[in-house]
Structure formats: structure tokens, C-alpha cells
Design a protein around this ligand. Sequence first.
Ligand SMILES: [Zn+2]
Ligand SMILES: [Zn+2]
Length: 97
Amino acid sequence: MTAMTGALRTVDDDAPERCAFCPRDAVGPCASCRRLVCGECCTLTEGGVKTWAICLECDRKKGSRLGGAWGTLGAWLVALLVGLAAIVALLEWLWPS
Ligand SMILES: [Zn+2]
Ligand SMILES: [Zn+2]
């Protein structure tokens, strides 16, 4: 039995890379979590100039995470604008034209 387990492990190591979600051969890694996925278990996302393959799990999680990212981006933009306004006001106060 021990020998059989060892043999199985060796076969596992030599096996072609498998999809993380089904027994099919993987075609490439998920752009988000780097897990290997096959063509059936990923969705293609247009991200700028490149097309990304996103695994099913990341695709499911993407909605909320993307919303959170956009919210953070908006907050940063507001903070940036407020900061710029403060700097301009400070400069005006230090060196009135
Ligand atoms: Zn993923
Ligand atoms: Zn798959």
C-alpha cells in the first residue's frame, strides 16, 4: 500500500498541469490568483490593451472587489483635490500676488 501511494504521488508530479476547478488540462493561469485554469473554467476580461483570463472564483468575487476599488479610488481623488486646494491656499497665503 505504501509503495502504491508513492507511485501515485510520482504520477501526480509528472502529470500535465491541471485546471484548479475540473480535471481538464489547464491552458493558463488566472490573471488574479495565478491558479491554473482550463478554457471552460475561466472568463476573458478586457483589461486595457490585454485580454485577461480570470478564473470562475475570481470572476465571482470581482464585482464586490471592483466596487470597493473604485470607491477607494474616488476617495483618493477627493483627498488629492482637497490636498491640492489646501496647498494652493497655503501658497496664496504665504506669497500673496
Ligand atoms: Zn483566480
Ligand atoms: Zn476547468
